[in-house]
Design a protein around this ligand. Structure first.
Ligand SMILES: NC(=O)c1ccc[n+]([C@@H]2O[C@H](COP(=O)([O-])OP(=O)(O)OC[C@H]3O[C@@H](n4cnc5c(N)ncnc54)[C@H](O)[C@@H]3O)[C@@H](O)[C@H]2O)c1
Length: 321
């Protein structure tokens, strides 16, 4: 088996997870590393005996790669995916795919129908508990969904700035929205209320710190997704309500029926399953294990960006599935 030559763009927090998995999985070598933080790029390159770059264009000009990982913050998607698509380099890009949708629409158009392998880092789709939830749902009617991302503000400075991250709904709650889409189907209408209630005095804080978003699914199901980053510990999960059945899905699955409560605690590494699916597709051309190709992730992004727009205008936003 020939070793795959992998390139990385952005080697901060989440890239370390993928790099660890690549070592575990085997059969792939990081050949080049790009980060605007030159020292960081050199450090990771040193660990792999790879070359390092501060800019992605010369890297993609000079290097022959089998696949690319793009692990930059939301504001930094500025052409990497387009160049990869042009050069037919399969890529795995972290969520969210950008701050807004304009650039992502161009990338989706470039990869649509091209046969290029793409994967987006919505790793919740790879939880064993999610697979179990899918089986349980089967063809039953889902009445409604309640999603939550109740947490604290993460440390990176870009995260708290609206123009750099898109805010908590686009940056974090997107996982829950995406999972709901995976389990229930497309979202066709979005109405949001957001506010800054607690963290307004924090330096450079320009995002809402609480929000709630009401949606309608194409199936007719309804839902809300709420998020807060004010330190109140709350669920990070998706709760689905079916006839006589409640499913609470996250890294675990709790199934509540009228008679009993069942807990499923399966913890395979969902990130690793995501990486394995991507590398398998790169190696064989079989993309069937990839659960979030770029075009589908764009639909989640449209929902999250529509929520921001609704919160700003006070109007619901309709989406075409
Ligand atoms: N799937 C998940 O569960 C998960 C978890 C954490 C982060 N993420 C996502 O991964 C992305 C990155 O998050 P992070 O926590 O790793 O951030 P980070 O700030 O820790 O790392 C980002 C890295 O990208 C580099 N960078 C910035 N702009 C660049 C550019 N133009 N070219 C090359 N490198 C650039 C930075 O110097 C830094 O090293 C975000 O979109 C985040 O939402 C996903």
């Amino acid at each position: 088996m020939t070793e795959l030559r992998i390139g990385f763009i952005g080697v901060g927090g989440i890239a370390q997870e993928h790099l660890r998995n690549l070592r575990q999985i085997g059969g792939a070598r990081v050949a080049v590393v790009c980060d605007v933080d030159r020292q960081r790029a050199e450090l990771v390159a040193g660990e792999w005996g790879a070359r390092s770059y501060a800019e992605y264009e010369p890297m993609l000009d000079r290097e022959e790669l089998d696949a690319l990982y793009i692990c930059v913050p939301p504001f930094a998607h500025v052409g990497q995916e387009l160049v990869a698509a042009e050069r037919r380099i399969p890529f795995l890009v972290e969520k969210p795919i950008e701050v807004g949708t304009a650039y992502a629409e161009r990338v989706a158009a470039a990869v649509r129908g091209s046969g290029l392998t793409t994967s987006v880092g919505y790793h919740w789709r790879y939880f064993a508990s999610v697979e179990r939830a899918r089986e349980l749902i089967g063809d039953r009617t889902v009445g409604m969904a309640l999603g939550y991302w109740m947490d604290s503000m993460p440390p990176p400075l870009w995260w708290r700035q609206r123009h750099l991250s898109g805010g908590q709904f686009v940056e974090q709650a997107t996982h829950v929205v995406d999972l709901a889409r995976y389990l229930i189907g497309d979202i066709v209408q979005v109405y949001a209320e957001m506010a800054t209630r607690v963290l307004g005095e924090v330096d450079d804080f320009t995002i809402p710190d609480v929000g709630t978003v009401t949606v309608r699914f194409a199936s007719g199901a309804v839902g809300t997704f709420s998020n807060a980053c004010i330190g109140a510990p709350g669920p990070i999960a998706l709760h689905l309500y079916l006839k006589d059945l409640t499913l609470e899905v996250g890294g675990h699955l709790t199934v509540r029926s009228r008679e009993d409560v069942q807990e499923h605690h399966e913890h395979p590494n969902a990130y690793q399953a995501e990486d394995e699916a991507f590398l398998h597709a790169v190696r064989t051309g079989d993309t069937s294990r990839i659960r979030s190709p770029y075009g589908d992730a764009l639909k989640t992004q449209r929902v999250c960006v529509a929520a921001n727009h609704s919160a700003e205008t006070g109007q619901p936003v309709r989406l075409t599935p």
